[in-house]
Every structure is written in C-alpha cells, then in structure tokens.
Design a protein around this ligand. Sequence first.
Ligand code: ZN
Length: 206
Amino acid sequence: MESDIRNGVVAAKNLSKPQKCVFLDRDGVLNKHIGLLYKPEQLELEQTAVAAMARLNTSQYLAVVITNQPVVARGLCEIEDVDEIQNKLQTLLGENHVYADDMFYCPHHPDKGYPEENPAYKIECGCRKPKTGMLMTAAVKYNIDLTNSWFIGDTTVDIKTGENAGARTVLVRTGEAGGDRKYDVTPDFTADDVLGAVEYILSLKD
Ligand SMILES: [Zn+2]
C-alpha cells in the first residue's frame, strides 16, 4: 500500500478525475467455467486470476467484475446464493491479497418457459449483457471514462458489451474462448488468459 502511494496510484484513483477501468467477466475469466454455477463450493479461481488482479490493483485501472447470473431467474437458487458466490470470489481473491474494486451482476433472464423459473426475475432488463446497464452504473459510481476502459471476457457477448459501451475489448482463450458465437464481433486483442489480457492492456502507452 505504501509503495502504491509513492508511485501515485492512490492519487490517480481520486474520483474527482475520470477513472480508467478494466471490466472483467466472472465465469471463464476469473473463475473456472462450469456452465451454470449456483453453489459457492462450485467456484474455483482460474489459474492466473490472482496474478492478473495483482497487476490491476497496482495499476491506474479500477477492476470491476460484470456478470450475468440467470441462475436465480431459472430457479436454480435464490438471490442470497448468488450474493454468497460473489462473496466467495472476493474472499478467494482477498486470501491472496488482491481484490475487485466492485462487482455487479444481472440476475434477470428474458426467456420464459423453463419449468422451475422464478417469474420475479424473468424480465427484459437493462443490465443483462450485452446491454450496458451495469457498466453505466459503475461509470456513474466511480466516474469512469468508458472510452479509456477495457472489457475482458470469454464470450462474444462480453466483447459485444464492451463495444456497446465504447470500451476496448480482450477475448481470453479460457472458459468459452469465444465459442458461444452469439455475436459477430472482433476483439481488440485475444489473450491466452486473464493475466495475458491484463499484461497486454498495461503494456499500452496512453
Ligand atoms: Zn438484468
């Protein structure tokens, strides 16, 4: 922390100045992709997640996790379980002395017709990626300049989300590795994993 103050990280994160942010998808980027994750014990960090967050925490970028979690809408668990899973991610990071500055999730899902669904969350919302609601909320909360920010994700939905928000994007080859093919998008860069993505972003002069 003291070295951070010395090299100006803390001063630069004064929120009166526009902030730069690296938004990160959760499943398949920070933790291992297992399909629908709905119990905290299913959450396991990706190999390079801690190293990537360590690099971000000592950089001038905020690190904010942005994830779609339709598991509640589908009736697989309750909203408290999603909160517990989010807390577990932050705890696992914390045990390794790194952190996400904030985390946002969308609990909604628009397609009705699943037998166990929870109708309260079966709505068309403004936050489910590739919509930009969560990024806009973060941008207001932290005074983030989205055009100087990045989105790291493992799906074309993530890349589309970054594009929609006016940010630059990195696709990682972990998780779904872009194999969802829902959107015809081209990321600004493709990296082997989240550490490679972060190292690329921090290598750029701006
Ligand atoms: Zn939503």
